[in-house]
Design a protein. Structure first.
Length: 346
């Protein structure tokens, strides 16, 4: 199982310098590359200091110039926010600039906060249908001389300019949760990204079984992969692990608040949650984080990841967004590289 890093520029306070946060993000990327991680993934989000990532392709081009070996993935492009011709050309240019290191992840998006600002009235169903139209169109544009007449986009014969360096095209990943999404990905020759969030082993098993069932049903021409994206923290000891569980519990309370889209937002920052509000929200708890996420001493994390590998996951992406200090993120990542990754090398 390959080991990757997933992160954004994460701002939780107006006092934090955006430039410093970006440079800290780049330092973590450099550590990942020097440590031999397989890939770095970063996503697309708009108007949210919680995850500052208006265009992941810009970030990946910068990361490419600061690294040597690591693959560079979008985790993920939000399908309804981009035209097929634009995505085909920008992704191909990124692949050229990065010397063929691009992994293109695409999703329908999840935050109604973003939908109502970029495409008012957009529903999750409609966003999913747009993704299903976008992915095949982008692949055809890379083949060239492709005209499209669809439900959401129409254009005359067009060829992506430029064409990607990787041929026939960079690997495409689709973010999937329900069986229909897994089936769409496999039928279109795409790898699958899954994110069980704070949920436990039952959901992690269900997601990989959906992927396996789709592969068995549709028999893809080339072997496809499934990647598990999950929060983790490699701790010094149990007290350190418990602190991480509490920090990630706070993160998920903010994640949930952004997702519900009911709380006031000012200057891109959501109205702060009180300690009492966090303690009262039993949908997320520190105990749940400690049990369900890849938190623990190196041996605990190794044991958990070996279970994921045995289930059939081909890649584990360590989700570093957490609300933690840079020093804590850096220490956990270095321990992950030093102690955990050697157990998964050929």
């Amino acid at each position: 199982m390959k080991m990757s890093l997933f992160l954004h520029m994460e701002r939780t306070s107006p006092e934090e310098s955006q430039q410093q946060l970006y440079e800290e993000m780049m330092q973590l990327c450099e550590i990942a590359d020097q440590g031999g991680m397989h890939a770095i993934w970063t996503g697309e989000h708009h108007g949210m200091n919680f995850t500052i990532a208006p265009n992941p392709l810009i970030n990946l081009v910068d990361i490419a110039h600061r690294t040597q070996h690591v693959r560079l993935g979008t985790g993920t492009i939000i399908a309804p926010f981009t035209h097929p011709i634009r995505l085909a050309g920008e992704a191909a240019m990124t692949d050229v600039i990065t010397n063929g290191r691009l992994e293109l992840g695409i999703a329908r998006g999840a935050y109604s906060y973003e939908y109502e600002r970029l495409m008012p009235g957009l529903t999750a169903w409609d966003a999913g249908q747009r993704m299903r139209e976008l992915v095949p169109a982008v692949k055809k544009l890379w083949e060239g001389d492709y005209a499209h007449q669809g439900e959401y986009w129409s254009f005359p014969s067009t060829t992506s300019a430029p064409l990607p360096k990787q041929q026939p095209h960079p690997p495409i990943w689709v973010a999937a949760r329900d069986p229909n999404s897994h089936e769409f990905a496999v039928k279109n020759g795409c790898n699958v990204q899954v994110t069980p969030l704070h949920q436990g082993e039952e959901e992690i098993v269900r997601l990989v079984e959906c992927f396996k069932a789709a592969c068995q049903q549709f028999a893809p021409e080339k072997p496809l992969k499934i990647m598990l994206l999950q929060h983790g923290y490699v701790a010094e000891d149990e007290a350190d692990a418990q602190q991480a569980a509490e920090e990630l519990n706070r993160f998920y309370n903010y994640f949930g608040a952004w997702f519900k889209n009911e709380r006031p937002v000012e200057q891109g920052l959501i109205a702060p949650l009180s300690d009492e509000e966090i303690a009262a929200n039993r949908y997320y708890t520190p105990e749940m984080m400690r049990k369900n996420l890849a938190i623990g001493t190196p041996n605990e994390v190794i044991t958990r990841l070996k279970q994921y590998e045995a289930m059939g996951y081909g890649e584990f992406s360590l989700w570093l967004d957490s609300g933690m200090t840079f020093a804590r993120k850096k220490a956990s990542l270095e321990r992950f590289i030093r102690y955990v990754m050697p157990e998964f090398r050929d």
